[in-house]
Design a protein around this ligand. Structure first.
Ligand code: COA
Length: 160
C-alpha cells in the first residue's frame, strides 16, 4: 500500500517554480482559436502508420492518447528527476481526425507542480505539410505522480 500524503515529509514545493508556465488563462477546449501556433515544448514527434488506424482509415484516438501520454511523461520525468506514472487525464478534446502519413507533433507545458504530482498540458499538432500552417488535432491535461523504485509516490524535488 502506498503512503498517504500526510505520511510524507513536508517540503516547500513552490508552484512559482520557474519551469512552470504562468497560466493566467488556463487552456480551454477552444484554445485553437486563441493560439494559432503550438504552445509549449516539442517533446515527441511521430508519424501515423496504417497499423494505428481503425476500419475507416482514421487514426485511433487511443493511439493519439498514447503518444500524448508519452510526450507528457518525457517532460514530467525530467522535472520529477525520476520515475513517474500517469494518474489522471482531463479535458481531452479531439478537434480533427488524423490520417495515415500525417506527422504529429506533441507540445507540452508544465501547468502545475504539486507535492507529488505534476500537471502537463499536451497539445498535438498535425505538421506533415510544411507549406501549410500546423493544425491542432487534440489536447488534454495529463497528471503524473512521481514514484520511487517501489512504485510509491514521492515528493517532486524543489528547484530553487
Ligand atoms: C500513482 C499512485 C502511486 C498514487 O498513489 P495514491 O496514494 O493513490 O496517491 P494520492 O491519492 O495521494 O495522489 C497523489 C497525487 O496525485 C493527485 N491526484 C490524485 N488523483 C488525481 C486526479 N484524479 N486528478 C488529478 N490529480 C490527482 C493528488 O492530488 C496528489 O497530488 P499532490 O501530492 O501533488 O497533492 C497510485 O495511485 C498508482 O500507482 N496508480 C496507478 C498508476 C498507473 O499505473 N498508471 C498507468 C496506468 S496504465
Amino acid at each position: 500500500m502506498s503512503a498517504t500524503n500526510s505520511e510524507l515529509p513536508v517540503a516547500d514545493v513552490s508552484t512559482a517554480d520557474a519551469s512552470v508556465t504562468p497560466a493566467t488563462q488556463p487552456p480551454t477546449a477552444n484554445s485553437n482559436e486563441i493560439a494559432a501556433l503550438p504552445q509549449g515544448e516539442l517533446t515527441l514527434q511521430t508519424v501515423a502508420m496504417p497499423a494505428d488506424t481503425n476500419w475507416s482509415g482514421d487514426v485511433f484516438g487511443g493511439w493519439l492518447l498514447s503518444q500524448m501520454d508519452l510526450a507528457g511523461a518525457v517532460m514530467a520525468r525530467r522535472r520529477a528527476m525520476g520515475r513517474v506514472v500517469t494518474i489522471a487525464l482531463d479535458n481531452m478534446v479531439f478537434h480533427v481526425a488524423v490520417k495515415v502519413g500525417h506527422v504529429i507533433a506533441c507540445h507540452c507545458r508544465l501547468q502545475k507542480i504539486g507535492r507529488t504530482s505534476l500537471q502537463i498540458f499536451v497539445e498535438v499538432w498535425e505538421v506533415h505539410d510544411s507549406l501549410k500552417p500546423p493544425v491542432k488535432v487534440t489536447e488534454g491535461l495529463f497528471t503524473y505522480v512521481a514514484i520511487d523504485e517501489f512504485g510509491n509516490k514521492r515528493l517532486v524535488p524543489v528547484i530553487e
